[in-house]
Every structure is written in structure tokens, then in C-alpha cells.
Design a protein around this ligand. Sequence first.
Ligand code: DGL
Length: 241
Amino acid sequence: MKERPIAFLDSGIGGVSILKVVKHYLPNENYIYLADAKNNPYGTKTKEELFQIIDHHVQDLLTYHPKLIVVACNTATTMVLGKIREKYKNIPFIGTEPALKVIHDHYPDSKTIVLATKGTEYSERFQELCNLYQTKNTQVVEVDELASMIEQNSPQIEEYLKEKLAPFKGTEVVVLGCTHFAFIEKEIKYIGSQLSPHWIYKNFHILGDAIVSFIGEMDVKITEMVDIEDVITDSPIYSKK
Ligand code: DGL
């Protein structure tokens, strides 16, 4: 391998949403992506089960000598990344967390919902984030089946979303608390627009920034809100400062 890669890990395709953004900004890096579709969904696993799974994958990924491991999954990050970091003290990890800090900093008074798995919602880390950012107007919508439905390209996604989102009329901000959901952003926007949310926050931008600054490309900053499709089609979406 010509250079040590940046490794990505998720329970399937979800983390590709982040990989695409990062790849766009750092095109000269090498990447490896571990899509653990076999164990999808992570959101219904116990903490111990998920720790075993992630631990096993980290050991696999280490055989590629990555310069960084990105846990591109909110569920794995909030449930077990703390313990993984304790075990692998010399390996740099970047995790993915629901964007509660952004809500605190920019939309503290907006009626907000976080779409997330049960695993994320009940993790200690998520509770810590809620306490830290005092997200008083924020509610979690548990959508455990959604990541698997996205993996399988299920035709029921719209119906499922309609049912889950129906009780949240008047929502202003929707946080995508699972990397898979970036792939159904259009559906969320469409159904959301009937409920009246005027914001959808994409946590892959925050994560992208973290990775870019970790790698040291400080002259590149992901500041714009971009659509995944833009990244796929390689349209010019960033500026070099
Ligand atoms: N991409 C994962 C996340 O961000 C999917 C969750 C799952 O596998 O249940 O939470």
C-alpha cells in the first residue's frame, strides 16, 4: 500500500455518506471502508454484543495500518467507542454523534427531533450529550428499523417515515442521528415539509471537518451545506481558503 489509509466502519452503507464528503475534500488519501452489513442493525444489539463486533473489526482494520479509524456510525460511537478507545490507546479514532451541540449553539429554542436508533438513544454518551447541551426542546424519534430498510432499499420507507413523523407536527429542526439516513434525505425532506420542519441538519459535515483538520489540511473547510448527490457528481462544492 502506497500510503497508510483512513479507515471507515459502519453497519453497512451508512458511513459512505461521510466517506464521500471526506474523499471529495481529501482526494489524495487512501481509504478503506468496512461495511458490516452482516451485523446490521447495530441499534438493537446489547452494548456487550456491539463491543465484540467493533473490537473484532478494529483488529481487522489494524492489519491495514490506518492513520485514523472513523467510526461512521452514531450507534457504535455512542454505545461503545469510549470502551474501544480505552482498549486501543495508541490508535486515533473519530466517531459520529448526533449534532446536539449544533442545536445548542444555533437553534436552542427551535422544536427539534433527533431520528436515531434505540441503541443511540439509551447510550450513556447520548445522555451525557443531552445533559451537556441542555437540549430542552429536543425529542428523540426511535426509528430502529430504518437503517435495515435503507440497506435493503425497502419500498416501505416512506410509509414508515410518515407514521413515525406524524406525531411531530410543527417540528423546526430534524437531526439525522444515523449515518444511513443521509441516503433518504429527500424522503425525510418531502415528508418533513408537510409537517413544517424548515431545517435538516447533516452531521456528516461536522465529521468531515473533524477529519479534514485531523489530517492537517487546514486550508480546506467544509462550510457549505451540500447534498450527497452533489458530492457523487463531483460538482464544485468547496473553496480552498
Ligand atoms: N449507521 C448506523 C448509525 O449511524 C446505523 C445504525 C444501525 O445499524 O442500527 O447509527
